[in-house]
Ligand binder design. Structure first.
Ligand code: PAP
Length: 317
């Protein structure tokens, strides 16, 4: 995995932090969560220097929970003409969803600890995998909106394993043993992990401040896409007026469509080098049945039930 261009100031710090090797990368533990040597300085710089505007929208998530779907949906909802505009002008035709919502830690604060963001027009749309406690204070305290998406931990793990295994194998590296990946996931050691703590950090805030943080589940989006889309649009202050607008956004952002677009079949993320096609796979609910033994399912369900006890998050069964 890549390194930040300003890690030298961090070399002493890195030497003092708990460290684990995860899928060919070194991860470092900072304030309870695991980061790569590239993400951690960028997240710290963003926390120090990022100034939120009230009109900003933040898409937040742990990895592989359905973020790419929302990276397509949110810009389409927020674009005043995007919902009904000529399909030939759809930005998704030319740009992978990653490019429509820049990431704090992967893009904006990676090369420069204090980037000039004045070129961005309002409303600015951002995404991040940074856990809630590490968010810049102005994001927490301004009126900007935060959308969080989560997913069944079993499907999240399966998606994470498939994604990184595809990356390593296409680079000629040995496959990532699933049992090794699973053991790390259960211990909470993975990029931006522990998964359950990440989810809880946002869920708790969403209970306290539902007008500030909208908490979505991938499974609900799959089961009732229209209902969840309306909920999201209202939260963002852009309610739908016509049914066909809802249909249009869902079609434009559907996995089937995005997966088959030229831009997503052949391009690669310029910041990460990851091939765009790997962001689109099956998108199934319950795909863990194809990946996990019963023993693995029982183990992860048990951890989930313990971690989520007292919440209405579910998933531990
Ligand atoms: P990220 O954290 O790297 O951004 P993220 O988009 O959160 O990844 O997760 C990828 C998952 O979302 C994949 O799930 P799978 O591995 O179980 O198949 C991917 O298929 C799914 N996904 C991507 N785009 C869409 C979409 N438009 N609609 C539904 N699911 C999608």
């Amino acid at each position: 995995m890549e390194h930040s261009s300003f890690p030298s100031a961090f070399s002493t710090l890195f030497g003092e932090l708990p460290k684990e090797t995860w899928c060919c990368s070194d991860l470092y533990k900072w304030e309870g969560f695991w980061y790569t040597s590239s993400h951690l300085p960028a997240a710290m710089a963003a926390r120090l220097n990022f100034q939120a505007n009230d009109s900003d929208v933040f898409l937040t998530s742990s990895m592989k929970t359905g973020t790419t779907w929302l990276k397509a949906i949110i810009p389409t909802i927020m674009n005043p003409i995007g919902r009904m505009d000529d399909d030939n002008n759809d930005p998704l035709l030319k740009r992978h969803p990653n490019e429509l919502m820049p990431s704090l830690e992967v893009q904006l604060f990676k090369e420069n600890p204090n980037p000039d963001l004045s070129y961005m027009s309002s409303p600015r749309l951002f995404r991040t995998h940074i856990p809630y406690p590490m968010l810049p204070e102005s994001v927490k305290n301004s009126a900007c909106k935060i959308v969080y998406i989560t997913r069944d931990p079993k499907d999240t793990f399966g998606s994470l394993w498939h994604f990184f295994n595809s990356l390593v194998t296409t680079h000629g590296i040995d496959p990532w043993p699933m049992n090794e990946a699973f053991d790390s996931f259960c211990r909470g050691v993975h990029v931006f992990g522990p998964f359950h703590d990440h989810v809880l950090s946002y869920w708790k805030e969403s209970i306290k401040r539902p007008e500030k943080i909208l908490f979505l589940r991938y499974e609900d989006m799959r089961k009732d896409p229209k209902g969840q889309l309306r909920r999201l649009a209202c939260f963002l202050g852009r309610p739908f007026e016509k049914e066909k607008e809802v249909d249009k956004v869902l079609w434009r952002c559907s996995l089937e469509r995005l997966k088959n677009l030229e831009v997503n079949q052949h391009g690669a993320d310029p910041w990460l080098g990851f091939e765009y096609k790997f962001y689109f796979r099956r998108g199934s609910v319950g795909d863990w049945k194809n990946n996990m033994s019963n023993e693995m399912k029982e183990k992860l369900d048990h951890i989930t039930a313990m971690k989520y006890e007292g919440s209405d998050l579910g998933f531990g069964h």
